[in-house]
Structure formats: C-alpha cells, structure tokens
Design a protein around this ligand. Sequence first.
Ligand SMILES: [Zn+2]
Length: 308
Amino acid sequence: MKSVKLILGIAAAAFMTFGSTAIAQTKSNAHANAHKQLLASNASAKEQIRLIDQSAFIDLIDEPEPEIDIYTEGWNSKSVNPFNAASVPNSAVIDVTNYVIPHFGRITSNYGYRARFGRMHKGIDIGIKMNDTIRAAFDGKVRLTNYEARGYGNYVIIRHPNGLETVYGHLNKHLVKPDQVVKAGDPIGLGGSTGRSTGPHLHFETRYMGYAINPSAIFDFANHTTHTDTYTFSKQTYTQPRNFAPSKNEKTSNPYAVGEAKSVYTVKKGDTLSSIAKSYGISTTTLRKLNNLSASAPIKVGQSLKLK
Ligand SMILES: [Zn+2]
C-alpha cells in the first residue's frame, strides 16, 4: 500500500507541475507552437487526471469497495443479468438451514448505505489472511467466475437452490469453474486483495434475484450460525435500501459484534458431522473426540455437540 501511495504521490506531483512547465515553455515559442503545445498538454493532462482520479480515489477513501455493480455494469455478454426487477416477487421465504460461513474472521465493514460515498456497500467485508480458504455458503452451482480490475477483482458467483446467489470478491484465486456444482463448505477460492481493495479481505454478498440482502440479516457471524432457519425476503424493504434498517431482521442487539465462538452446536436438519466440523474450522475427528462419538455414531437433529 505504501508503494502505491508513493507512486500516486509522484504522479500527483508530476501532474501539478505539468501545467506550469508547459506554460513556461510556450512563452518562448511562437503563438502557433504554443497553441499546439497547450492542446497537446491539455490532452495528456486530461488523461492524467482520469488516471490519477481513479487510483487516488481508491487510496484516499481507504474503502476497499467495488464501484462497479456486477449485476449491471461490467457484466459480460455471456452472463447478462437474468433478473428483471418486475419479476421479483414481493416476498419470498428462503430456506437457509444448510449453510456454511464462507470464512471465519472479523467483520471489517458492514452492509449499508455510505453517505460519504453516496452509494451502497452491498455486502460485508470479512478480514482474512492472504490465501485463506473461502467456502461456498450453500450448495449450488457456480454461475460465473470473473476478474474485474476496478471492482471485485477475482470473484465467484454461486447460484443456490434456495433462490439466493452469493458473491465472493477480491479472491487471490478461483478454485471453481462456471457450471461447477458445489456443496456448502466446498472451497471455492483463496482469499486475497485483488481488484478495488486495500488489503486482504473477503467481500461477501447474498443476493435474491439481484437484490443485495444484508448478509448479517441471514448469518449470525458472531456465533457462526444463522439467525433463523428461513429468511423472509421483502422486496419493499430493498427498494429503499438507503432506509433499510438491518436491525429489524436481527435477533441480537449487536449483530456485528464478533465475540467468542460458541461452544455448543445444536444439530439441524441436513447437518453432517463433516459439515458441522467444516463450519467451525475443526476436524471431524476432533468433533467426534469432543463428543465421545465413535467413528460410526450417527448424529440426530436437536442433539447438542460440544465444539471445544
Ligand atoms: Zn465489501
């Protein structure tokens, strides 16, 4: 980051002195030459302003967010946004029982409208270490993998049978290909800082037919679980995202607090020992040992499992 700042600083300084240098030169030249030179310098100055603005913006705002909405701008011809706002139902109940948190880390940036920048942050940012494994949040099929230099960097979009799509941005590397079928918890990429990012983090979005839902309204990141087994999407809520209050969907008073990981898990429908182990970043063997389970012991819905 320091070297980028330095380069930007040099670029900015070069630009600032550029105008006066050009004017000094033209004074000693014929009017026609001066005119030409001014035109030339204007052209290149414009170019420079454009370049400097884009890069400096990333630096100055210290804001690792994509400015390009992958569902509109930057969408390639093969993957046109299939969602038409008019076809989105007013309300939908989404089954989120079979989930895996894509990565356990501190939430470094929440979903929501950012007045400072006049736009929405359509996902949440989770702190990672370079090349940490990023996992599919639900079963599904990879719709798209792409690279967007000024946006999401390397990103993956997965479509899920529950109607959601999840987006994973700033990856160092994709580990999946379009049309690949994935299970919840499968590694889909290595975390990174590609695209519009100032440091390693995962930008994670949950979308319903193009509408970016607050991931924290579905997932309880602090407790490595979901708030409820179903999430009720309301179109009305999301047509005015600036006024959207995620707390309406939260069970806890501070859903963003990342505290101690929970120590007991209650088995839900569809869970397997391995999916639970994956969710909590422990091995199946450890999970069995903690709970005195033999290698073939089944687990039951409602059963409590010690996690540490
Ligand atoms: Zn983000």
